[in-house]
Design a protein around this ligand. Sequence first.
Ligand code: PEP
Ligand code: MN
Length: 351
Amino acid sequence: MNDLQPLFPSLPATDTPLFIAGPCSAETEEQTLATARALADAGVGIFRAGLWKPRTRPGGFEGVGAEGLPWLRRVQRETGMRTATEVATREHVAAALDGGVDLLWIGARTTGDPFAMQEIADALAGHDVPVLVKNPASPDLELWIGALQRLYNAGVRRLGAIHRGFSSLDRGDYRNPPLWALPIELRRRMPRLPLLCDPSHIAGRRELVAPLAQQALDLGFDGLVVEAHRAPDQAWSDSEQQLAPAALCDLRRALVVRRTDTTAEPLATLRERIDRTDDELVALIARRMAIAREIGTLKRARGLAVLQPRRYEELLARRAAQAEERGMSAAFMRRLLQVIHEESIRQQMEE
Ligand code: PEP
Ligand code: MN
């Protein structure tokens, strides 16, 4: 994907991060316009509003559909903002293009469905419109990349990705835990692809949106998609995570955009130190594996079981305590050792 084009060529390159905001759903013409005016006043340049809403279960608000397209036209005309909406079928694509929507996005539930993605890609062939692809709900990077490739193969060159968190049994504080390693790996694999973050769907709750937005910028994301509604508590969908225009304004003002200039001297030096430390880390782990294999041989010679649960639990507890003393979480150390231990066991069994 070496020939991707900027999402909006007429936006100055300095106008980053890209900032998209708007309600989860367009509900009424009045709510759409009132929200848009407030956001335009806050300096937002791109207005999002879902017209077709994929709901996990039937019975929720499923969107106003094509009826909302003229409302988005009014937003363009009356506020000067660009508009964005979600498409999930070829009919949505045709209607949105016909209605003059400036940017389309693919929702998480659609990205995970290769048939739907191919249908959308075919419908987009020959049209020059920017398209952003949200990650699939499942933490499956290949599925995300596959969806992007289908669009690219259909000729879409103004292409980007949106990280919106992943479904998980272990959700912690989040609606969709961020699992940052996945978007970071996407960036490594596709360094030219604009990568945006949707902190609203990760958070699920208003209070968590701003810190997640900052975290995304700190990780080098190129932009944000934030849900905002004139009266969030009355929103017909995702009411708990939408921000009032004033809160959105505060979030924007508080965001710190850090330089990603990698030639800055102290950063380059620090990176070198990280690289050297990682070299040592890999060598240490390899040494540990070699010892584990020796133990494996010994256990076999003596007829002992490979897994010794008591010893393993002691090892975890001791290192978890040590980690805490040194400013790391016990849970992190347990997870790390579990992964290392798994590989040791695999190697012992392979001998
Ligand atoms: C949305 O953006 O309102 C939406 C439905 O998001 P997602 O596809 O990420 O669940
Ligand atoms: Mn939403």
